[in-house]
Design a binder for this molecule. Structure first.
Ligand code: NAD
Ligand code: MG
Length: 398
């Protein structure tokens, strides 16, 4: 039987209405004695947030703008709920660093997650990191903040959560020190695995968002289809596990049952397996170092029957290479890559850019923007803003 926690933990869910946010609330609802929700945040999905407030009764709810916040305030008052409703980016920071909060789930999509996630880190919280873009943008600064504040950073991205589970408990200070030779980052290959560059030119947002194994938000679904998601994850792995890019090998594994692996000097390879359901890493992060029920079915190996592996096709999917190069270039290069990709994915989802145009746009912005040392947050945010501008300029010229 589960040992009872000493006291219940108070949780802020940033990006509560998204795919990860909803899965987080699903796990929390299974363990009311363990977790209490302090704050839920959303950008525009006010109806979903209202429903979540009814169920979880947080102290605070945050929406992107004051009009939506006023709407939610009114509905909550009518429902007799005392939830305080705030609006805007500063309110996200406020609920991430609030004194009464123990755990922050960072599940906003994109660069918008950076400031509240950093605030949670600096406040020394247990930070469950789903928002990979924040770490990609600010790598060294982010990890220094973790070390400086004593925050507990637990990766939620399934691959990094798997690697975390496959590494020795104390793995800071370089992989080699622990006899780890390589991190094997598995990739499903996305919905277009096996297609040539020419075949990819005409694919639609709807096809790109129909992922074979995972149900996710639209931005990460497109990233999975271009393999930019794997590229961002390669950068994420380098920062989380103090690895060099050449120590991270991407392995296409279409069944998405092995979530990633660590290879050791003695020839051992340790893998973490499970059904592709984000509630597993989320429950891991919430309960660590304990284990709790996540609502996920046990893995049926007879039903899985076989596990396949192949090398990624970097010709047809150049985004993986672009990300590796950005990591090797260092400084603001990953922030520029991420910003250009966010603009490109939004344009693709909006039918203003073709699928293969995503990699092309990212490469063009990379070529147009100089790499600077990512010395402070201002420099990183400036590089992000100028890269977005360069991406928009290029889109407007097409
Ligand atoms: P989603 O699009 O389903 O949800 C995004 C959430 O962020 C929503 O609550 C939305 O309201 C909020 N949001 C969007 N823009 C915002 C803004 N400008 N300001 C404040 N809030 C904003 O996304 P998701 O699939 O849940 O992914 C969330 C993050 O987790 C991403 O960084 C993604 O890469 C990462 N991730 C997701 C999965 C997955 O299975 N979905 C797996 C691994 C990592
Ligand atoms: Mg992942």
């Amino acid at each position: 039987m589960d040992a009872m926690p000493a006291r219940s933990r108070t949780v802020t869910v940033l990006g509560a209405t998204g795919s990860i946010g909803a899965s987080t609330l699903d796990v929390i609802a299974r363990h009311p004695e363990r977790y209490r929700v302090h704050a839920l945040t959303a950008h525009r999905s006010r109806e979903t947030l209202l429903e979540q407030c009814r169920v979880h009764q947080p102290a605070v709810a945050v929406l992107g703008d004051e009009r939506d916040a006023a709407w939610l305030r009114q509905r909550l008052r009518e429902a007799g709920l005392a939830t305080e409703v705030l609006a805007g980016a500063e309110a996200l920071v406020e609920v991430a660093e609030a004194g009464e909060v123990d755990v922050v789930m960072s599940a906003i999509v994109g660069a918008a997650g950076l400031l509240p996630t950093l605030a949670a880190v600096r406040a020394g919280k247990r930070v469950l990191l789903a928002n990979k873009e924040a770490l990609v943008m600010s790598g060294a600064l982010f990890m220094d903040a973790v070390a400086g504040s004593g925050a507990t950073l637990l990766p939620i991205d399934s691959e990094h959560n798997a690697i975390y589970q496959c590494l020795p408990a104390e793995h800071r200070g370089g992989l080699g020190r622990h006899g780890v030779t390589q991190l094997l980052l598995t990739a499903s290959g996305g919905p277009f695995r096996g297609r040539s560059g020419a075949e990819l030119a005409a694919v639609t947002p709807e096809q790109a968002c129909a992922h074979p194994n995972w149900s996710m938000g639209r931005k990460i679904s497109v990233d999975s289809a271009t393999l930019m998601n794997k590229g961002l994850e390669l950068i994420e792995a380098c920062w989380l596990f103090d690895a060099r890019p050449d120590q991270v090998q991407v392995v296409v594994h279409p069944q998405s049952v092995i979530h990633s692996m660590a290879a050791y000097a003695d020839g051992s390879v340790i893998a973490q397996l499970g059904n592709p359901d984000m509630r597993t890493p989320i429950a891991f992060g919430l309960a660590w170092p304990e284990r709790i029920d996540a609502g996920v079915e046990a893995l049926d190996l007879f039903a899985v029957a076989r596990l396949d592996f192949e090398a990624p096709d970097e010709e047809a999917f150049p985004c993986l290479r672009l990300a590796r190069e950005a990591m090797a270039a260092g400084g603001t290069a990953p922030a520029v890559l991420n910003a250009a990709n966010e603009v490109a994915v939004a344009a693709f989802l909006d039918h203003r850019l073709g699928f293969t145009g995503i990699g092309e746009l990212v490469a063009r912005v990379r070529d147009a923007r100089p790499v600077a040392a990512a010395a402070d947050l201002e420099t990183i945010l400036e590089a992000d803003g100028l890269a977005r501008q360069a991406a928009h300029d290029w889109l407007n010229r097409c």
